[in-house]
Ligand binder design. Structure first.
Ligand code: PLP
Length: 497
């Protein structure tokens, strides 16, 4: 075969008739609104049966199945078996719910299909405005620059990349790391795993992440941090950045941000804040004091798909100065050089010079439309509602003789366990089993973590659909499963039989 015969008949991916697709589209929208309406009646999650799982091994289709069939597959094979974070009783990891309008906004963004590179494209102006709104929401410096990214992992990476590429002591952007003294990033033992990935991707290696111990409230020990810095400097290493966490993933703890900002300023070290979900509490004047010092961070990473409830993916990094942010990612390429007029006129922010991506989705649209739809005050109230719900759950746990709290509740994360008889090992095994049964029942989905060797059911509330009765129900279900397990033959710990 040669290539002379290819393309002799012309075709397109558009349908022969838009009418059929229009009807299918209307049905899809109807179905999804019914899905939203009925969420509460559905199991939060259910495991995928083997026969359905097998369907995902089918080879690539060569011939058309058709739009209708493809959609039927979605409703049968996918929709019933998703994580379930749209549900009012989903509290695993840190997941937002999404909203009806933002679903539609995602459709609009896909329809126009802009790559938001920073050209004279409406998407550029929308993203720039969303970044400006993010600064207002967090009470961060108006002169800061920013960019939307896939999530907080990328935002942490970009924040640290800006710190590294602007380092005074070494020109890492041009010369790489060879020949520089080792660079060290400081974070607590509770700092997020994405920080670890970031130091690895930045070529520093895992050992460059200095893990500082935490206090009883799971906050970084600032004195231990100060002495680690002294020690590293004395050994000829270069402190690159201090990571503060506002809302640790395990317990929602907030580091002492003013103390970290002071130390970073004194030592002239970049202060990066990982505020994946916790930073959003800055919207509330009542909660903002917990985040005092946030405005002093040199860069802030946070998510809009967690505690702002927007659909995946949407993370954001803010950097104290536009010049430093752009310097870290600026590049030369004739085909991307801005012109004085036309589509590639540099009228706004050339986003491709502010992060690793060239082609970039129109993430900003769902945020822009969602904030217009509700007004930012509504988001403040929902965040406050989730914090009040966490306190309510903590009170239920404290009041129950069968349950115990495993960490102080500082924001929206509640870690608890059932008080099974036996030692910690036996309790861990039983609480793990309890959590599996709870998830498999479809009643509710908390996730898990381990705190000081103790297995915890972790309830992380970034859910605009939860109501207080959902937490009553959760406590009821955990107590019921706990009693069931206590009574099960062979489950009693040895020694108490
Ligand atoms: C979720 C989370 C991250 C990572 O964010 P992604 O959006 O999942 O990439 C980083 N830090 C903390 C504290 C988190 O909770």
């Amino acid at each position: 075969m040669d290539d002379r015969s290819i393309g002799s008949t012309e075709e397109t991916l558009d349908p022969e008739s838009w009418e059929e697709l229009r009807q299918l589209g209307h049905r899809m929208v109807d179905d999804m609104f019914s899905y939203f309406e009925d969420l509460r009646k559905r199991p939060v999650w259910q495991p995928m049966p083997e026969d359905v799982r097998a369907r995902f091994q089918e080879p690539i289709p060569l011939t058309p199945q058709g739009a209708e069939e493809a959609y039927t597959d979605f409703t049968k094979l996918i929709l019933p078996y998703v994580t379930g974070n749209a549900h009012p009783r989903f509290w695993g990891w840190v997941c937002g719910n999404g909203t009806g309008l933002s679903m539609l906004a995602e459709m609009l963004a896909a329809a126009i299909n802009s790559s938001v590179d920073g050209f004279d494209d409406a998407g550029t102006y929308v993203e720039a405005q969303v970044i400006a709104w993010c600064k207002t929401m967090l009470g961060y410096r108006p002169e800061a620059s920013g960019i939307l990214l896939s999530g907080c992992s990328m935002a942490n990476f970009v924040g640290l990349a800006v710190a590294r590429n602007n380092l005074r002591d070494a020109d890492v952007k041009q010369r790489g790391l060879a020949g520089t003294s080792p660079l060290i990033v400081y974070g607590s033992t509770e700092a997020h795993s994405s920080i670890q990935k970031a130091v690895q991707l930045l070529g520093l290696g895992t050992h460059a992440l200095s893990r500082i111990p935490v206090d009883d409230a799971h906050r970084i020990d600032v004195r231990a941090l100060a002495s680690a810095i002294e020690h590293d400097r004395a050994a000829g290493r270069i402190p690159l950045a201090i990571i503060g966490t506002a809302g640790t993933v395990n317990t929602g703890a907030i580091d002492d941000l003013p103390a970290l900002a002071d130390l970073a300023a004194r030592q002239r070290i970049w202060f990066h804040l990982d505020g994946a979900f916790g930073a959003c509490a800055a919207l509330s004047p009542a909660l903002r004091p917990k985040l005092a010092g946030l405005e002093r961070a040199d860069s802030i990473a946070f998510d809009l798909h967690k505690w702002m409830y927007f659909p995946y993916e949407a993370g954001c990094v803010l950097v104290r100065s536009d010049a430093e942010h752009r310097a870290a990612f600026r590049y030369e390429a004739a085909y991307m050089a801005p012109s004085t007029r036309g589509l590639s006129a540099a009228r706004s922010q050339p986003f491709t010079e502010y992060g690793p991506q060239l082609s970039r989705g129109f993430r900003a649209l769902k945020i822009w439309m969602g904030i217009k739809e509700h007004g930012i005050d509504k988001f403040r109230r929902l965040i406050e509602q989730n914090v009040a719900q966490a306190r309510y759950l903590a009170e239920l746990v404290t009041a129950s003789p069968e349950l115990e709290l495993l960490a102080p509740v500082s924001l929206n994360v509640v870690c608890l366990r059932y008080r099974f008889p036996g030692d910690d090992d036996q309790r861990n095994t039983l609480n793990r089993e309890l959590l599996h049964r709870l998830q498999e029942s479809g009643a509710a989905v908390p996730s898990h973590t381990v705190l000081n060797g103790r297995f915890a059911l972790r309830v992380s509330i970034t859910n605009h659909r939860s109501r207080r009765e959902d937490f009553d129900f959760l406590v009821h279900e955990v107590e019921k499963l706990g009693r069931e397990l206590v009574r099960e033959p062979g489950r009693q710990p040895t020694g108490t039989r």
